[in-house]
Every structure is written in structure tokens, then in C-alpha cells.
Ligand binder design. Structure first.
Ligand code: ATP
Length: 369
């Protein structure tokens, strides 16, 4: 397995469009790296440059310390798994998995050993004689994985490998891929636009927007400490609530006021706003739906951040329920315990712990605290 380094990598397509701008990333051995971001942000382009399927316009790509910009895809020791599996319909599972090795003139005995090993890892042993059309979507996906595994590559690249599967199978395959990563001790780079997939699989996540890296961090750090408004809104579901707020400073006390409501910031957060010169300015207040509560205890505890509003939407998820409401024209969502008595149309008192507040600069959209 291997390390990988991208230095100032850019991709400019022949039509002049810059799909990837100054991409810098060091991937360590055995990492599970996720590229995540909205459609068109440059995830696949970056992955394809690593695979060698797309030329790098400028910058440097190294695998295990060796610059590979001009190395042919087949000589990069990388295996790619695509979303459409790309299996050969006329070949059996065994032959599909063996195909790449046969091309490389690997001896027959060795091919058999490697395919059988991979089939065991992927629980495909009983299906080796079947053709792809006699397999389920999840089984086909496992064959596509198997084809990559038998090559024992330095790096696995996966481009939305689960996007063709139904919701239930996706969840199942997600945990299978995670287990596979541990079993193989492989370096994996995985593209998805699904943030749940990103959060559950990645050791580190690269969040991309318009070809530019927004943040590279562990899932928990991205969730708790997003660097900017975009990352804050992209990571977490339902997305973080945002509202314009007035920053009112009285001595050491900082209050964020929005509509007829206000929240007093804890000292550490207050200091960041005072030091940053935000007194009297408009900032963006962010609070996650799961950090807003309608429980009596929280409402009593966090009196300084009380919100009263009419519930305009009610969505039962199971253990939790989403309550929708509006404040001064801004839409809010609260994710609360489904035992709540609150229903559509009710006037409800909500509160949140002010230490859970995120504050962003309105112009730069960078995180203040
Ligand atoms: P998705 O999630 O929709 O697959 P992505 O993040 O993988 O999106 P890319 O496929 O990397 O996005 O594309 C990045 C940008 O580059 C897009 O705006 C796309 O239209 C553009 N692009 C892709 N291929 C070409 C090309 N051959 N010529 C010009 N522009 C291209």
C-alpha cells in the first residue's frame, strides 16, 4: 500500500474551464480519503487525474515519493472502481475478476489463488460461476471490488461506487467497504456527493467547491469546527440553520440579536467577536437542528437563547422528529425527541446551548467562532 501526494495540481480543460484549482493534499498509507462536494465541484476530475485517465495541467502527483504525472495509467499501480461496475456481461464472476491478471500474463495458478482469496473476502465464493446478469446490484458491486482487489494495487480509487444501489443496499455496502478497508489495510480515495457516506467511511474528508478545497479534516472536526459557511452547510443533515444577527457588545458581554430574539455568547466565543472588531456589525449565526431543543429542561437551562415560534412543518423520522418554523423570514429546523407533544401549528418554546452556536463573517463567510 502507499502514500500519495498532490502538489498545486490544476486541471484546465481544452475549452479553458478550470475544473480543479491549486489542489494540495498529502495522503498517508492506509488512509480512507473522501472527496465530497456538490455536483461539478471537480471530484471526479481529481480522481481521474490520479488514475491517469485525465492529464494534469500543472502541478505534481507522486505515489510513494515517485512523480507519476507522465506514467501510464496501467503502470501507476492503482485500481479504480466505477459507479457502473463495468463488468463484462459474457464472462463469469471468476473471469471478470481474473481478466486484468490474465492481461498481465500472471500464471494460471496464481490467478486462481488470488481470485479465490478475493472471493472469500467479499463473500462471492458461491457465485464464481455466475454471469453478471444473474447477480444482484450489491453482488455486482462486490465483483467490481474483487477485480480491483486481485490486482493488489497501491491505491484504490472509487468513484461513487454505491450510487446505483437502492438505499438499503447502500447502507449494507457502506459497512462492507469500511470492513474491507480495515481487512486490506488499503489506501483508498473515494468520491461521493453523499455526506452520510463521507462521514461514515472517511478517516479524512476533502470538501470541494468550484474546484477549490474548502477544508480537509476528520469527519468529527468538519462537523464540530467547519472552517466556513459552505462546509458548515454541507456537512450535517438536515443542514445547519443560518440567520443574520446583529452583534451587540456591552463590556465583555456579546449578544447576537435576530428578529425579536437574542442569544448571549459564552465568554470564549464572545472574545473572538470582540477581538475581531465585530461590535455593531451583522454576522451570520449558525445552529444545527440537533442542537435546538423544545424540552422543558433545556428551555429552563438556556433562558438566554429562547425562541418562540409557530411550528409550520412536522416530519417524523422515528426516534426523532423535525420541526420547522420561521424567524424573521429565515427558515429554521429543529431535530427533537419524537416524544415531543409539539405538532403542526403549535406555538412552541425552543432553546439552544449558546456554546453550540457557530458564527460566520457575513462578507468572507469564514468562521469567526
Ligand atoms: P458530479 O458529482 O456531478 O460527478 P464532480 O464533482 O465529479 O461532479 P467533475 O466531473 O470533476 O465534477 O467536473 C468538474 C467540472 O468540470 C464540471 O463543471 C464539468 O462540467 C467540467 N468538465 C468535466 N469534464 C469536462 C471536459 N471534458 N471539458 C470541459 N469541462 C469539463
Amino acid at each position: 500500500m502507499a502514500s500519495l501526494s498532490l502538489k498545486n495540481v490544476c486541471k484546465k480543460y481544452p475549452n479553458g474551464f478550470e475544473a480543479v484549482k491549486d489542489f494540495n493534499l498529502e495522503v498517508e498509507d492506509k488512509e480512507f480519503i473522501i472527496f465530497v462536494g456538490p455536483s461539478g465541484c471537480g471530484k471526479s476530475t481529481t480522481l481521474r487525474m490520479i488514475a491517469g485517465l485525465e492529464e494534469i495541467s500543472s502541478g505534481e502527483l507522486s505515489i510513494d515519493g515517485r512523480v507519476v504525472n507522465d506514467v501510464e495509467p496501467k503502470d501507476r499501480d492503482i485500481a479504480m472502481v466505477f459507479q457502473n461496475y463495468a463488468l463484462y456481461p459474457h464472462m463469469t464472476v471468476f473471469d471478470n475478476m481474473a481478466f486484468g491478471l490474465k492481461l498481465r500474463k500472471v500464471p494460471k495458478d496464481e490467478i486462481k489463488k488470488k481470485v479465490e482469496e478475493a472471493a472469500k473476502i467479499l463473500d462471492l465464493e458461491k457465485l464464481l460461476d455466475r454471469k453478471p446478469k444473474a447477480l444482484s446490484g450489491g453482488q455486482r458491486q462486490r465483483v467490481a471490488m474483487g477485480r480491483a482487489i486481485v490486482r493488489n494495487p497501491k491505491v484504490f480509487l472509487m468513484d461513487e461506487p454505491l450510487s446505483n444501489l437502492d438505499a438499503k443496499l447502500r447502507v449494507q455496502m457502506r459497512s462492507e467497504i469500511s470492513a474491507l478497508h480495515h481487512r486490506l489495510g488499503a489506501t483508498i480515495i473515494y468520491v461521493t456527493h453523499d455526506q452520510t457516506e463521507a462521514m461514515t467511511l472517511g478517516t479524512r474528508i476533502v470538501v470541494l467547491k468550484d474546484g477549490v478545497i474548502q477544508q480537509v479534516d476528520s469527519p468529527i472536526k468538519l462537523y464540530n469546527e467547519p472552517d466556513n459557511l459552505f462546509v458548515a452547510g454541507f456537512i450535517g443533515s438536515p443542514q445547519m440553520n443560518f440567520v443574520d444577527a446583529q452583534c451587540v457588545v456591552e463590556g465583555d458581554k456579546v449578544t447576537l440579536k435576530f428578529d425579536k430574539f437574542s442569544a448571549v455568547l459564552p465568554p470564549a466565543k464572545a472574545k473572538k467577536l470582540i477581538d475581531g472588531g465585530y461590535a455593531g456589525k451583522t454576522v451570520i449565526l449558525g445552529i444545527r437542528p440537533e442542537d435546538i431543543s423544545d424540552s422543558q429542561i433545556e428551555v429552563e437551562t438556556f433562558k438566554s437563547s429562547l425562541i418562540e415560534a409557530d411550528v409550520t412543518g412536522y416530519e417524523l423520522l422515528g426516534a426523532e422528529v423535525l420541526l420547522y418554523f420561521q424567524i424573521g423570514g429565515a427558515n429554521f429546523t429543529a431535530k427533537v425527541d419524537s416524544r415531543t407533544p409539539a405538532r403542526m401549528g403549535d406555538h412552541v418554546r425552543f432553546a439552544f446551548d449558546p456554546s453550540k452556536i457557530h458564527v460566520f463573517d457575513k462578507e468572507t463567510e469564514l468562521t469567526i467562532t
